[in-house]
Structure formats: C-alpha cells, structure tokens
Design a protein around this ligand. Structure first.
Ligand code: CA
Length: 362
C-alpha cells in the first residue's frame, strides 16, 4: 500500500514540477486525474448483508463512478481478510486503507468511541447527525481516533432498533435474571447489572446460537435485518423498543496515511459519498423494516410485544449508572460524554415538540 501511494505521489509531484516551469501548458486537474488508487475495505458484516453489508459496497461503487475509476475500493466481508471485530486494528496498522463497522465494537480499546455509535436511551439517527455534523461531534471523533492513525466518517445508521427476540416472556424485571442474551456494548452491561448474562457474537453466529438454546435471547437490528437471519424461526417473542440502540451510527474509518495521500477532490468524493450512504441507509431501513414487519406480524409463530414500563424504567436507571461510570473511568469518555449529553438535552427538547408530538397525533 505504502509503496503504491509513494510511487503515485512521486509521479504526481513530477508532473506538477514540470507544470511549474511552463504555466501556460499546465493543467493541474488533468495531472491529478491520472493518479489512481486501489484500496481495500474490511467490514464487520456478513458479505453483502442487506443494509449493513451493502453500505460499504454501495460506497465503493459510488466512489469509483464519481471518481471515474481513480479510486477503486474492494470490499471484504467479516472473516474474508480479518475477523469481524478486528477492523479497527487492521485499518490502524495500515494492513488495509479502509474499514466499515460500528464504533461501539471498540469498547475496551477506545471506550469513548461508543458515544459515536449508540448510547442506551441516547440520541436517535437524526439527533446524532445533528450533533456530528453541526454540533461539534465530528471534531471530537477525529480527535479521539487521531492517536490511532484513523480518520472517521459517519456512514449509515440503522435507525431505532428492536429490543430483540426472546424465547421467554419478559413480564417483570425478574424475567431478566439469568437471561443469556446476545447484546453488545453498553446495553450488554446494563443487562448484566439487571441480572442477565450478556454475550457478544458477530451477526453470522446469532441464529445458530439462538436456535440451539446456547442463548435465550438476542438483539440484532430490526425487522429488515432480523428477518434476513431468520431469527423469527428461532424465537417467538419480538420485543420493542430498542432502548439499547436508539439510532446507532455506523462508521467508515480510513488510515490517516492513506487519507492524506488522496488529492483534495477524491477526499471530497469519499466524504460526500459517506454522507450520501447515511441518507440512503435511512431510506432503505425505513422501507425494509416496514415491509418485513408486515410479514412478521402475519406470522402465527411471532408475537410482537412492548417491554413493560417497569422493565424499561429499570433499564433506563441502570443505563444512567453505566454511562456515568464509563465517563468517570476515562478522561476521553468524560469529555465526549459531557458534550453528548449537553447536546442531547437541547436536541431532545425540540424532538419532543416536533417528531414525538407529531407522531403521537397521527
Ligand atoms: Ca443491535
């Protein structure tokens, strides 16, 4: 990778230097357009999985078209080049130039990264994007990843998730005790304190774990993605809402050396395309979740349930403790968490009189 970029850089520099001697013949744009890049992108998703796995595929296709082939990106599913949860390290080391995953998978390595994916009872998709693009969130994210040689870009968001699939009813908080559930990140820690046993599994392993009874419950995404895995064939009760992931943002991470080797116009193409994927994914999930929910509601083996209020109240209270402890234990999490919650206070006040008030009237 380094050698290819270096050679490309030299060629471009030679052309520019020749241009400098004769301004009238110089066309910097034409010189830049001859430089080509071939990148690899590793992901945490099953190859070409609807929504999650197609986001980096769509990103690659659009960037190649928009750049007239000057930047080609080959996308690898989880396990094809590196395991699902080693995307961060592979891009940080420069093994590959790019990765697509969710920043809460870096819990334990960069705890504060979780604020840029999802916080239980935290921001929705629209609120998170407000913070990232206009409320100062992006600057904090870039600062957090800089020591790892990574440049992050928001790239997709699943919207409010579902609470998950359960093989037993959840009628009271006691029903969470002893529950073995696939639920990653901070949501998993909340479940642990409520008496359950959280398990982290990549998407590809969830169905078998649920079907064989090695777990009692799982959250994954929502109707669109859950139906793709056939989770409704492995559990009966489908609970909502997804308190643990109210609007998880996904990320593209780019190796800083690779990013800096791109000319400004290709950087703009990558950055703008990442933003387009976020918009596109919101539309894809709005449609996909609606269509899949309709099918699941017609399935006699599926029971759609809302979590009892007392259970949600308990989980919310534990979630506050968990996030406060996260912030107390890590200076970066303290700084980013403070900014996150200050923004949440302000943005939620508007959401209550806008989306929330409107939806309750419809
Ligand atoms: Ca999830």
């Amino acid at each position: 990778m380094k050698r290819r970029q270096f050679v490309g850089g030299l060629a471009a520099a030679a052309t520019l230097s020749a241009c400098a001697k004769n301004d009238t013949d110089c066309n910097v744009g034409a010189a830049a357009s001859q430089e080509t890049f071939e990148w690899s992108c590793v992901t945490s998703w099953p190859p070409k999985f609807p929504g999650l796995g197609m986001a980096p595929e769509n990103l690659a296709t659009r960037v190649e078209k928009a750049s007239a082939g000057r930047l080609k990106i080959k996308v690898y599913g989880a396990g094809e080049l590196v395991p699902a949860f080693e995307v961060f390290d592979a891009v940080s080391r420069g093994t590959v130039e790019m990765g697509h995953d969710a920043s809460y998978y870096h819990k334990g390595k960069v705890d504060a990264a979780q604020f840029f994916a999802a916080i239980p009872f935290g921001m929705t998709n629209l609120e998170l994007n407000g913070w990232l693009y206009y409320g100062g969130g992006m600057a904090l994210w870039r600062e957090l990843y800089a020591p790892f040689g990574l440049v992050p870009f928001p790239t997709g968001n699943t919207g409010v998730q579902m609470g998950g699939w359960f093989n037993k009813e959840i009628n009271t908080a006691d029903d969470l005790k002893g529950l073995k559930m696939r639920i990653p990140g901070l949501g998993g820690e909340v479940l642990r304190r409520a008496g359950g046993t959280p398990v982290t599994l990549p998407g590809s392993e969830i169905f078998t774990a649920l079907q064989t009874g090695s777990i009692d419950a799982t959250e994954w995404v929502g109707p669109y993605n859950d139906a793709s895995f056939g989770l409704h064939k492995a559990a009966r009760y489908y609970y909502y809402p997804g308190w643990q992931e109210p609007g998880p943002g996904l990320e593209t991470i780019i190796n800083a050396d690779a990013w800096n080797s791109l000319p400004a116009d290709l950087q703009e193409i990558v950055s703008t395309t990442c933003q387009a994927i976020t918009t596109d994914m919101a539309a894809e999930y709005t449609n996909g979740n609606a269509m899949s929910l309709q099918q699941l509601k017609n399935d006699p083996n599926v029971e759609l349930r809302r979590f009892p209020t007392a259970v949600i109240d308990l989980l919310r209270s534990i979630a506050q403790d968990v996030v406060e402890e996260l912030m107390a234990a890590d200076p970066a999490a303290a700084k980013i968490g403070k900014a996150y919650f200050e923004y949440l206070d302000v943005v939620a006040a508007n959401s209550r009189i806008a989306e929330q008030a409107y939806l309750s009237t419809r």
